[in-house]
Design a protein. Structure first.
Ligand SMILES: [Zn+2]
Length: 297
């Protein structure tokens, strides 16, 4: 089973496209869309729009820089600095986004994924994180240079938690962080069972903790109270599964603390015990982090 970050590619067909670089016309179109969605999306806040505006500036700088990079050099740099194999298949924009995301997670002292690649994914799946290996795949059939436009639409529609152009890689990296913890907790549970003296009891308790915890985190979220709350405070996509809720909150927390110029976190949002600034959301987040999701699925 893979935890995916799907996107609504079909939406772009219905709307005037201002693909790729955000020129003056694209910014004007952005302002028009914001005015429209302010009327129809009650959850849209001034801060959300500000993050998108800052992201557009960052995106333009990255877009210009990505044109001239050598993806083989980026792969070598990533291996040298983080000891992670990467294969971008020449995709300059994914290489740029990955480099930026690795630097962000490194600065936040978060566990990194075990590998990054560009490969064919199912249609409508932008990227995915393998639940056992914790490596991340970006769909080679996606037009990644169009990502800023798509993320803006997804945020304005309340589908995604953030309209930042790095939302997808950060979301996938957050899956890897969550899985890193679930793998660790499963190993601890396994150790307790293995250390039991009674063979009968060991056999009785024998189960694959890792698979169970991963499956539960990836099960449909059916708790209506939690779902309504996540929809208001995070995103509609976060209501799909506990794992998606975790990744989408993480993507919001990180992108809302990124410096426009350096594209690095200006502060670490996770050092605060109640970093979501919402008691119930924090409870859900902590439960999902520890793999205690039975009340949500
Ligand atoms: Zn996801």
């Amino acid at each position: 089973m893979k935890i995916n970050n799907s996107n609504k590619n079909n939406y772009t067909k219905k709307t005037p496209s201002f693909k790729r670089y955000f020129d003056d016309a694209a910014r004007k179109e952005f302002r028009r869309l914001v005015e429209h969605y302010k009327r129809v999306n009650p959850y849209l806040k001034g801060e959300d729009i500000m993050v998108m505006q800052n992201s557009i500036d960052s995106f333009n700088a990255v877009y210009n820089g990505a044109r001239t990079i050598n993806t083989k050099n980026v792969e070598n740099e990533i291996y040298k600095k983080f000891h992670i194999p990467a294969d971008f298949k020449g995709n300059k924009f994914v290489a740029s986004m990955t480099g930026l995301t690795l630097n962000i997670f490194h600065k936040l002292h978060l566990p990194l994924p075990t590998g990054i690649m560009v490969a064919a994914e199912r249609p409508r799946v932008a990227a995915s994180c393998d639940t056992l290996k914790r490596n991340i795949t970006f769909n080679e059939n996606n037009d990644w240079s169009d990502i800023q436009y798509r993320m803006i639409i997804e945020k304005l529609e309340n589908w995604s938690s953030t309209g930042h152009f790095l939302a997808t890689p950060i979301h996938e990296f957050m899956h890897s962080v969550h899985l890193f913890n679930l793998h660790k907790l499963a190993a601890q549970k396994q150790q307790i069972v293995d250390s039991l003296h009674s063979k009968m009891l060991r056999d009785f308790l024998k189960m694959d903790f890792k698979t169970i915890m991963i499956d539960q985190a990836g099960s449909p979220l059916v708790n209506q109270t939690a779902s309504r709350h996540i929809s208001q405070k995070v995103s509609a996509y976060g209501t799909v599964k506990p794992a998606e809720m975790f990744a989408d909150i993480g993507a919001k927390m990180i992108t809302y603390n990124l410096d426009r110029k350096t594209i690095l976190p200006s502060r670490n949002p996770f050092v605060f015990k109640d970093f979501t600034e919402d008691k119930y959301l924090m409870k859900i987040m902590n439960d999902v982090w520890k793999g205690n999701v039975s009340e949500y699925i």
